[in-house]
Design a protein around this ligand. Structure first.
Ligand SMILES: Nc1ncnc2c1ncn2[C@@H]1O[C@H](COP(=O)(O)OP(=O)(O)OP(=O)(O)O)[C@@H](O)[C@H]1O
Ligand SMILES: [Mg+2]
Length: 235
């Protein structure tokens, strides 16, 4: 068996003196989708920031394809195949949709150019708004654009932080369809942070639930039952 795409081993992360992530273990298998769940403020985004290199862990290790990432900068991790769509969407509001996509093409060149048609198949709506400024798009359209930019980088590991947050249902459905198609093609692993349970159930292979910086429950998504949802997820 191949090693998991991403492994977190006893990962601890602190802001100054206060430890937020208290020694978590998490595996993202190759070409599968793991959903990190939990209520507001439990440490989901902090975990992702450590994976992409925006925060240095206090202890533990982050391993991709069997190799530790610790010594790599954020941009080196991106070159190693990690693409990150942060919470709250990360686009350039003053650039057009096409120019936003170009920022990935500049980084990835031919590879990104060869993925443009694929990305438009996943998010057909974007094709009709290429000349529009990113800043005038709806929240959902901006989220699609942010994911499209990440996909053009042809990542091995796609990291999404609450892609459905504050987004209209019709676009949530489109993002769900896109993730299901990506999974069918079996070309990348996905670490998703999500609080919207129906969405998580629809797209995930595995779940793990955080509470106050620890993972309190994990398993196959089919094992995520009503009681667990009530105990750890709903407000
Ligand atoms: N820059 C920071 N400095 C100090 N504490 C922080 C900082 N960022 C986050 N925290 C604290 O770390 C804890 C975890 O925050 P984090 O953003 O990881 O939670 P989250 O699970 O992503 O929450 P949400 O679902 O609301 O996005 C919170 O208590 C938060 O207040
Ligand atoms: Mg968060």
């Amino acid at each position: 068996m191949s090693s998991p795409r991403l492994q977190l081993k006893n990962l601890k992360v602190a802001y100054g003196q206060s430890t937020i992530i208290r020694g978590i273990n998490l595996d993202v298998p190759e070409n599968e989708l793991v959903c990190l769940m939990g209520r507001n403020g439990v440490g989901k985004t902090t975990t992702l920031k450590a994976v992409v290199g925006l925060l240095s862990p206090e202890a533990g290790s982050i391993i991709m394809n069997g190799l530790p990432l610790d010594a790599l900068t954020t941009s080196a991790r991106a070159r190693a195949g990690i693409a990150y769509v942060p919470q709250g969407r990360d686009i350039f509001p003053g650039l057009t949709v096409w120019e936003n996509l170009q920022t990935s093409i500049v980084v990835k060149g031919k590879t990104a150019r060869s993925h443009v048609d694929w990305v438009f198949e996943l998010f057909p709506a974007l094709k009709g708004m290429l000349r529009r400024k990113g800043g005038v798009l709806s929240g959902g359209e901006q989220q699609q654009l942010a994911i499209a930019r990440a996909l053009l980088l042809d990542p091995k590991l796609l990291i999404l932080d609450e892609p459905t947050e504050g987004i209209q249902p019709s676009i949530i459905d489109q993002i769900e369809d896109a993730l299901l198609k990506i999974k069918e093609e079996k070309k990348m692993s996905i670490l998703l942070v999500e609080q919207y349970v129906e969405f998580a159930l629809a797209v995930s292979d595995h779940f793990c639930i955080m509470e106050r910086g620890s993972i309190v429950k994990d398993g196959e998504i089919s094992q995520l039952d009503e009681k667990t949802i009530a105990d750890y997820l709903t407000v």
